[in-house]
Design a protein around this ligand. Structure first.
Ligand SMILES: C[S@@+](CC[C@H](N)C(=O)[O-])C[C@H]1O[C@@H](n2cnc3c(N)ncnc32)[C@H](O)[C@@H]1O
Length: 257
């Protein structure tokens, strides 16, 4: 590992608590180098001095490292499996599900969950925890306002039922908004709540090292009830589920044994 980058990761850890060494190195170095060069810095050391003094640069750095891309119903086929197979099973056992959307970005994922759950339960019975490391994106999630491109995958009837159009933006329905509680949380450092029936953690594990993934699968397993489900992203298959106490329920869905 480049010693300059190691020093940078230590400085960032001291400043923010975020351990960049648990993120895949080559990818992160590439993303950050292109950003600092664009801003006229020539090394990680210069760049840290810049970030440390200038709040705007610091927020731009956080923005670049977190990668907030998301959309409603991302990989629609998987959400169909959730709706037609996973949720009916979970709801058979229990009518009040404890649900968590981990690394929720601007809220597209937890609101998708809320919309699907509302097909089974009245909205006052739905309660979803949604967490992300990025405060700015959580503030946007709480606003619940989205451009058209975030809604491309969403079924037409749900778009009509749960959104109000305002020029080129769409506002999520207040009843759906009320079902989600947003909190700032670093998956790689903070403790987790327990007793979840369903944890959705998609499209963030791909950025982490094998060591970080291993630690997270264990933490997710401990956070789930017996028979609870972990739903991961469509490139994030777990290759040795049984070593974390999981069995495969369907592709990208794991049941805690
Ligand atoms: C690509 S988005 C995925 C959003 C959503 N889960 C989806 O699949 O569409 C990745 C999200 O992970 C968040 N993130 C990155 N590192 C994190 C960490 N250590 N703890 C919690 N969230 C993190 C980012 O802020 C970003 O919002």
């Amino acid at each position: 590992m480049d010693t300059n980058y190691i020093t940078f990761t230590q400085q960032i850890k001291r400043k923010t608590g975020i351990d960049l060494r648990l993120y895949k190195e080559a990818q992160m170095v590439r993303r950050l180098t292109s950003l600092y060069e664009k801003r006229g810095f020539s090394s990680f050391q210069d760049y840290f001095q810049g970030i440390d003094k200038d709040n705007e640069l610091f927020h731009e750095f956080l923005d670049r490292m977190t990668i907030n891309v998301s959309e409603f119903y991302r990989n629609a086929k998987r959400w169909e499996v959730l709706e037609t197979k996973i949720l009916p099973n979970l709801l058979q056992e229990n009518r009040g599900l404890k649900v968590w959307s981990a690394a929720c970005s601007a809220g597209e994922e937890p609101y998708t969950l809320a919309m699907i759950l509302s097909k089974f339960l009245p909205s006052h019975k739905i309660s979803i925890l949604a967490t992300d490391i990025d405060e700015n994106i959580i503030a946007r999630a709480k606003m619940g306002v989205y451009p058209e491109r975030s809604l491309q995958e969403i079924p037409k009837d749900m778009k009509k039922r749960f959104f109000t159009q305002d020029g080129s933006f769409y506002h999520i329905h207040p009843d759906i908004k009320k079902t989600v509680t947003f909190k700032k949380q670093n998956l790689l450092a903070d403790t987790f709540e327990t007793n979840f029936d369903l944890i959705v953690c998609r499209n963030v594990l791909i950025y982490f090292t094998e060591e970080a993934k291993d630690m997270l699968y264990k933490k997710f397993s401990n956070a789930l009830k017996t028979d609870g489900i972990l739903f991961v992203g469509s490139t994030e298959q777990i290759f040795n589920p049984s070593s974390y106490g999981f069995e495969t329920e369907d592709t990208f869905f794991y049941r805690k044994k």
